[in-house]
Design a protein around this ligand. Structure first.
Ligand code: PLI
Length: 463
């Protein structure tokens, strides 16, 4: 990999506004995590020192985006900022039609309701929590078509987000083409550890989809990060601007759903983009029921302006290199500290392997949940569970789904923290690893029926 011999790429911006962080004592944090039911989602942000819960909606906006916020046209209908957003999506993603939504899951809701007939399958390169939830709500059945390597945290495959075509063939043979609603393909697969697919694999998937007349709808949430990995790792793409790589990638799909809260560098927003005029018309009809008029979709005009500007900023090659390299930096520091992590390091987060970290805690005692809580107590660093709690229950059997990946995600917000913050995180993880025997499992004492990881509550298991 050419990317291994690398010169430092510094952030292509300087810091103009700062937000003070609050340090707290260990005793204080022990009390807070107990109150929060050992769920980092239930902590108050004020009680967190370094917040790696998510990269969603946590980006720092640029001066250009903030300036755009002042140019918000808050008309109910036909806001000028909508047309800026539409133009940005057309130019950078290459899709003709755009329907704004308040965030990604709203785009997933509308797409799932309109495109899935009860009992149809939706193959996805691994599940994502909200995406699968909306597929199931629409009567669809999730089908995992990611390559097996993605389920192995130690497998160093450079494109663990790839689709396994044999799995797609198997589904068509078993169920028939008409039982497949569409292919939902995610760049930089979140639950696999932020792992990219290759363009070569995508081309094969697109040819397969074409042969069977099945559309590809991307979950384009972290497509730019995937484009960066293609630039760094895939023969033929060295030196190609991420902007061009992204455009090629999107050209293989009919459209996408998007959470602008990630790649697009804003705090709120999302959209549906498509080349399918009929679907566009139906999506516009439905967005007015759930979100708002089709020229704002639950967003203020100023929010749409910030997204439009973020879309141009995200494809700056130096920006995206420094962003992904910061995640890599954290991964390197953790590796040096002996902490078991998912390899290779992904685009938006480093995933700590809680199975190897806490081999004495069985999966039904929620090792990743317990580790995320212990990390908060140690240093005020907030990560999140991505294991058995996030996976939820199988709707058919009611049993826990038992993912092979039992992980704590340390998600790096864009343009927010420095590498010294990353050092603090890595040191805390290494200290915990040295003292791992003292971390015990948890029992779940409250379990919401949907997306349980957000609000579930736990208590320590007392031996
Ligand atoms: O949080 P939303 O509703 O804007 O987007 C939902 C969503 C869709 N797809 C993917 C791949 C996501 O990662 C995603 C949201 N992710 C969150 C909140 C996260 O913390 O990863």
């Amino acid at each position: 990999m050419a990317s291994m011999q690398k010169r430092t790429i510094a952030e292509p911006y300087r810091i103009k506004v700062v937000e003070p962080l609050r340090m707290t004592t260990r005793e204080y944090r022990e009390e807070r995590i107990r109150e929060a039911g050992y769920n980092t989602f239930l902590l108050r942000s004020e009680d967190v020192y370094i917040d790696l819960l998510t990269d969603s909606g946590t980006s720092a906006m640029s001066d250009n985006q903030w300036a755009g916020m002042m140019l918000g046209d808050e008309a109910y209908a036909g806001s000028r900022n909508f047309y800026h957003l539409e133009a940005a999506v057309q130019e950078i993603y290459g899709f003709r039609y755009v329907v704004p939504t308040h965030q990604g899951r709203a785009a997933e809701h509308i797409t799932s309701q309109l495109r899935i007939k009860r009992g149809q399958y939706v193959p996805m390169n691994m599940y994502f929590t909200t995406t699968r939830e909306h597929v199931e709500r629409a009567g669809g059945i999730f089908y995992d078509c990611i390559i097996d390597e993605a389920h192995d945290p130690q497998n160093p495959h450079p494109f663990k987000g790839n689709v396994d075509l044999a799995k797609l063939d198997h589904l068509v043979q078993e169920k028939g083409r008409d039982q497949i609603a569409y292919l939902s393909i995610a760049p930089c697969v979140n639950m696999a550890g932020g792992q990219p697919f290759s363009m070569a694999n995508l081309r094969e998937v697109a040819a397969w989809a074409d042969r069977h007349g099945i559309p590809i709808i991307f979950d384009a949430t972290r497509a730019v990060e995937n484009a960066y990995f293609i630039q760094q790792r895939e023969p033929g793409y060295e030196g190609k601007p991420v902007r061009e790589i992204l455009r090629e990638m999107m050209s293989y799909g009919e459209g996408c759903t998007m959470s602008s809260k990630k790649d697009n560098l804003v705090n709120i927003g999302g959209f549906i983009a498509t080349n399918n005029e009929q679907f566009f018309t139906r999506a516009k009809e439905m967005v007015v029921v759930f979100e708002g008029l089709h020229t704002y979709g639950g967003l203020a005009g100023r929010d749409m302006e910030a997204i439009a500007r973020g879309i141009y900023e995200m494809v700056d090659d130096l920006y995206i290199a420094s962003r992904v390299r910061q995640v890599e930096y954290l991964g390197g520091r953790l590796r040096e500290g002996g902490v078991p992590i998912v390899e290779p390091v992904g685009g938006h987060a480093v995933f700590v392997d809680a199975k190897r970290f806490l081999p004495h805690v069985p999966q039904e005692e929620f090792p990743a949940q317990a580790l995320a809580a212990a990390l908060y107590v140690d240093s005020g660093v907030r990560g999140m569970e991505r294991g058995i709690v996030s996976a939820g229950r199988d709707p058919a059997t009611g049993e826990h789904r038992r993912p092979n990946l039992e992980l704590v995600r340390l998600t790096v917000p864009r343009r927010v923290y420095t590498n010294l913050h990353m050092d603090v995180v890595a040191e805390s993880c290494a200290a915990l690893y040295a003292d791992r025997e003292s971390i015990r499992g948890l029992k779940m004492v409250y379990e919401p029926p949907e997306l349980r990881f957000f609000q579930a509550r736990f208590e320590p298991i007392v031996p």
